[in-house]
Design a protein around this ligand. Sequence first.
Ligand code: SF4
Ligand code: SF4
Ligand code: SF4
Length: 274
Amino acid sequence: MGKIFTVDVAKCNGCYNCQLACRDEHVGNDWAPYARPQPENGQFWLRLTDHPQGTIPKVRIHYVAQLCNHCRDASCIGACPQQAIYRRDDGLVIIDPETCNGCGDCVSACPYDAVFFNDELKIAQKCTGCAHLLDNGFKLPRCVDACPTDALGFGEEDDLRDFTVGAEVRQPETGCAPRVYYRNIPGKFVAATVYDPVEREVVIGAKVRLTNGGKTRHSVTDAYGDFWFEDLPAGKYDLVIEAKGFEFKNITDIDATENSVNLGDVALQLTVNN
Ligand code: SF4
Ligand code: SF4
Ligand code: SF4
């Protein structure tokens, strides 16, 4: 089965140790025949991407480590006219820097933008899985070893079944069968603060219903008048707020397709009998 990487997004605190460790391991260091030195600028064999959601003050951010997926059906391998890219018995995909002729075909063939071109050396380069370390007795690649929260993992696919069953991979539709597995990538949220504009106070305990595609979720405003619906599938939502002494409040067509939505401060109107 071979080696795989795991990424638990919920454990990542955005410290960037993994990105820095990869650069420290490879910039200026010649690990041929695994890889020639990575240049000082322009390449991130592991890139930490940040994903802020919502608007101030209701903001969430998560980070996703992205690196070569060491794909089972790697399109980069087939694209190379020199047969310079190969998969090792342990599953790691390597670009042989001696055989690469610098045509760049693998750069455009990789749907994950994981291959970089070294203008000075005129070769393609990418994450090696730190095979130079593994072959010299180290158990973990530098990035995984540097992660202080165990958000990153590495090991035999068979030993990591507990993680991979139900996990996600990036862009599964590429057909490359990527082998970096992700868990706990948060969904969207819809949130707001509910208040009474006459008393100029937040409304505590208001009942909130959020619907989309026939599914209804329920929440109640907290001591700050806030409600949060979290980890939602991307999509459009309708909302109803109900509180004793106030008219129903309807908000329709809330667009959480691309970004989470902070509806801001939502005013309730007193019922006419009050
Ligand atoms: S992520 Fe791209 S470079 Fe890495 S193995 Fe897959 S196709 Fe090749
Ligand atoms: S496995 Fe090694 S080369 Fe690949 S991203 Fe991690 S540190 Fe960089
Ligand atoms: S080292 Fe670990 S916690 Fe830090 S940014 Fe990378 S994955 Fe996240």
